[in-house]
Design a protein around this ligand. Sequence first.
Ligand SMILES: Cc1cc2nc3c(=O)[nH]c(=O)nc-3n(C[C@H](O)[C@H](O)[C@H](O)COP(=O)(O)OP(=O)(O)OC[C@H]3O[C@@H](n4cnc5c(N)ncnc54)[C@H](O)[C@@H]3O)c2cc1C
Ligand code: SF4
Length: 511
Amino acid sequence: MAVGIWVLNDQLDPMQAALASSTPAEARVVLVEAEALLRQRPHVQKQILFWSAQRHFAQELRQQGWTVDLLEADGHGDALAGWLEQHSIDELRVMEPADRPIRDAIERLGIQCRWRAPISWLANNHFLWSPEEFHHWAGSKKQLRMEFFYREGRRRFNVLMDGAEPLGGRWNFDQENRKSPPKGLQGPPPLWFEPDDLSAVVLEKLERLQRVHNLPGLARPFRWAVQRSQALEVLETFITTRLAGFGPYQDAMVSGQPTMWHSLISPYINLGLLRPLEVIKELEQRGLQLDVPLASLEGVIRQLLGWREFTHGLYHHFGADYPNSNVLEATAPLPSFLENLGGSGMACVDTVLEELAGSGYAHHIQRLMVLTNLGLLAGIEPQALTAWFKAQFVDAHDWVMQTNVVGMGLWADGGRLGSKPYAASGRYIKKMSTYCKGCRFKPTERTGPEACPFTVLYWDFMARHQERFRKHPRMALMIRQLERISTEELAAIRATAAGFEWAQPGQPPCS
Ligand SMILES: Cc1cc2nc3c(=O)[nH]c(=O)nc-3n(C[C@H](O)[C@H](O)[C@H](O)COP(=O)(O)OP(=O)(O)OC[C@H]3O[C@@H](n4cnc5c(N)ncnc54)[C@H](O)[C@@H]3O)c2cc1C
Ligand code: SF4
């Protein structure tokens, strides 16, 4: 019986379940470079990364003795039908995709394109918690909170533990990790790579296709790692040069410094080039050896063992309807400055968008406190913003986007993921960044020509949703502050908000 293994583009790991189920002597491997995906207009750097990493992975598998076909095609369906036929494949093995819509699409294609072989699905082994294990942990808990899930993960995988207790006597050092950036703060330079010959071919192909499909972003300089050995170097560089400083300025944003002390490993871990447990264990072991401050070490481990696994677990636990959540009834369309990656006139937004255009990357706080904060305050329709994020970021996949954008960023799920909305005015951005210095708006102003759009929309948001949040334990204080604003001033704020044609100001309360 001839076995075929289809490796999806985020499964680039020789130990992934479908490859692990067979041997080079028993099976033939296929990967597909499908141009049809470009119709969703992904950032050109994301596509270069995906295709180049795929080509490098095909090369690595061939070196390990596998017979590998890399199909350059328009769509997956016909290309795979032809390949199955040509090699008389009787069974097609695929590791379960992490993204729910992809499994559905593959099953549809198999029927529509009359694939000759049935698909055998193998359980995805790229996460530490399977959807079933997460479901079991969630049980009948009324509220699912990351902190408790994370503690369970620390115990289960024995990470930063001292017997049954957390190392250092505390589970969480977050309070020590929220410093504002002092003047002149500069993070260490990140590790980047020059494209090799394989990447250069992909780069040229995508520069040509960028014109055809009008892909956003700049193709050059392309500097991402595209193979496991390089991704391991990025991890090593993070450990030796950035890990110790990760904690204190984790929430800071500085103009001209798009990466700060962040690890830059998300694209690699999401593509399968790095494995989550190996990364966590390496961080723990080396971090302790190097005497890295526990607040920094615990901080980054919480992101991986906590947030990454939690968002993945929730994505499956909440089910297929979760993306339709929209409890705040947000309906504003995507602003053109997001589509164009610039031109908003707000220094914070334009700085992040300019950096995003050049790399397909922005760090966590830029994503949360600038981009989705704006989306939350302006009432941008959740799936419009999610689709934008999915297209623009090198590390974006459905499983990680839905929970992060719909849940964490926009609070469209009404608090199923996070207890309160991450709504912040220009004052927060001023405190945590250097952006406001170069801006034509003033973060403290909420009316008039210099009023900061974040500050204006913040109060407009509170006014729009005051009934919902009046009794909310963590929002009631903001509503009380809203009530101290005079009727005249609030009317002026709301009139200014109504002037942003890209936002969704609601009707003033009728009381
Ligand atoms: C609106 C929004 C959109 C996001 N979109 C993505 C996305 O498309 N893909 C993605 O991998 N992450 C996403 N995140 C989470 C986080 O912002 C990125 O993982 C992180 O910025 C990647 O950069 P880094 O590797 O330098 O991360 P670091 O700051 O160095 O963090 C280390 C690692 O922790 C993990 N991590 C941290 N926070 C999260 C989180 N909330 N969810 C999942 N993993 C996390 C990542 O694997 C990351 O590489 C999003 C967060 C928000 C608020
Ligand atoms: S003043 Fe407002 S718009 Fe300008 S950078 Fe600061 S927060 Fe952003």
